[in-house]
Design a protein around this ligand. Structure first.
Ligand code: UGA
Length: 435
């Protein structure tokens, strides 16, 4: 079976490379010639653990090209994995790339091709794309399915290979049987395949992301209450998570969620609710509470710098929105660092992978080669992203390197006494201070 993937962003690349690992011949298409040249010389445009090795191992089954029409013409299945960014102003998902891909696909498909929407698209998009293709190529038989992706950056390969479920939204048996064949290797590993309508598949993707974002926002607000009442959010989260109806995952309090998915998908879900007169009030709140939280983290840091932050220095450990990625999209660090700098604070920062990405967003920040460099002579050190390299810092050394003595841990990766015993003041999230 010939598989073609349109779009070599996160989802497109991970899916394409993983399908080639299943044994399929895969062609990945992108309009960006530089990206395709880099991929052809073995260079990935993103950092994702293990993906370079998997690409190398399956090189003979992978083609990277800018030749859209030939890649689509030869395909039995075409996956659409182009971006659906937030539209400025109203937060709705911008579907222009999906619509453009649909028109171009329509021009080149051979009869009986199965087209699959993998991009995150709002309910009703599948039906709209069906109309676009029918209008472009009247009389040519094709099937259109929706197959949302649930992988997480940083653990994308594992999530793809061992998913909790695969969702396929189909209108006909042909699309169902082709998708069953594609995902057969997972079926043999007992991954449940949920076969449903395209509309349900579209709703499932947004509802899943919105629910997870809501869970994080909930525990973040509980963390605020813990701070005011002498509580400990980690103990609260652990105990409520032991109730199977709640579940322990996605209950880590932090600086607010970021990334390429939760912020834009919650905005789009809320906008869809408004559009159809079915208000998603919970998710509207999640969007605004999370935005406010990221900004509040800057105030939390400024509060530790006293009355005159100007001229003080803060060291930031971690810039990416989460560990194991170089993705800076909607990262909490981007809501925090410019506010500190505007208050006259000098910011030094380190991240194991994201500094290249971060530089264009943070022109006034000093980037450091190591965590130690980033905290040398600083008044306050901040753990912003929970990379493994920051999990076992020797606090005695931290104390010696710093000018001040305040460590702010926005990810709660240290036991309170482990930091305080080194003579440092430890400020974390949702855990009351002992000093
Ligand atoms: C998320 C979903 O988890 C995936 O299932 C989905 O496929 C993906 O979006 C998508 O729609 O493409 P991702 O954005 O890669 O994946 O990362 P997550 O691990 O979900 O983290 C998102 C944000 O929430 C990060 O900023 C993270 O630090 C934060 N988070 C996560 C918390 O603050 N607390 C938690 O307990 C979990």
């Amino acid at each position: 079976m010939q598989v073609t993937i349109i779009g070599t962003g996160y989802v497109g690349l991970v899916s394409g490379i993983c399908f080639s690992e299943f044994g399929f011949e895969v062609t990945c298409v992108d309009l960006d010639a530089d990206k395709i040249d880099a991929l052809n010389s073995g260079v990935l445009p993103i950092y994702e653990p293990g993906l370079d090795r998997l690409m190398e191992q399956n090189r003979q089954r992978l083609t990277f090209t800018t030749d859209f029409d030939s890649a689509v013409a030869q395909a039995d299945v075409v996956f659409v994995a182009v971006g659906t960014p937030s539209r400025r102003g109203d937060g709705e998902a911008d579907l222009q790339y999906v619509h453009a891909a649909a028109k171009q696909i329509a021009r080149s498909i051979k009869p009986e091709t199965v087209i699959v929407l993998k991009s995150t698209v709002v309910v009703g998009t599948n039906a709209e794309v069906q109309r676009i293709i029918e209008a472009e190529r009247p009389g040519v038989p094709f099937s259109l399915a929706s197959n949302p992706e649930f992988l997480r950056e940083g653990s994308a390969i594992e999530d793809f290979m061992r998913p909790d479920r695969v969702v396929v939204g189909v209108r006909d048996k042909r699309a169902e049987s082709v998708l069953q064949q594609i995902y057969r290797p997972l079926y043999l590993r007992d991954a449940p395949i949920v076969v449903t309508t395209p509309e349900n598949a579209e709703l499932i993707k947004y509802a899943a992301n919105a629910f997870l974002a809501m869970k994080i926002t909930f525990i973040n607000e509980v963390a605020d209450l813990c701070e005011q009442t002498g509580g400990n959010v980690q103990e609260v989260a652990k105990a409520i998570g032991l109730d199977n109806r709640i579940g322990g995952k996605f209950l880590h309090a932090g600086p607010g969620f970021g990334g390429s998915c939760f912020p834009k998908d919650t905005r789009a879900f809320a906008a869809t609710g408004r559009k159809y007169g079915a208000a998603q009030n919970l998710i509207e709140s999640v969007v605004s509470v999370n935005e406010a939280r990221k900004k509040a983290m800057a105030q939390k840091i400024l509060a530790e710098l006293g009355d005159t932050p100007r001229g003080k220095t803060v060291g930031i450990l971690g810039l990416a929105f989460k560990p194991n990625t170089d993705d800076m999209r909607e990262a909490p660090s981007l809501a925090v660092i410019p506010v500190l700098e505007a208050a006259g604070v000098d910011v030094k920062a380190h991240d194991p992978q994201a500094m290249g990405e971060a530089k264009s967003f943070l022109p006034n920040t000093q980037f450091c080669d190591s965590a130690e460099d980033a905290i040398t002579d600083v008044d306050v050190a901040v753990i912003m992203t929970e990379w493994n390299v920051y999990r076992a810092l020797d606090m005695q050394t931290v104390k010696k390197l710093m000018r001040g003595d305040v460590v702010i841990d926005l990810r709660n990766i240290y036991p309170v006494d482990a930091v305080e015993d080194a003579g440092l003041t430890y400020v974390s999230v949702g855990r009351s201070r002992t000093k």
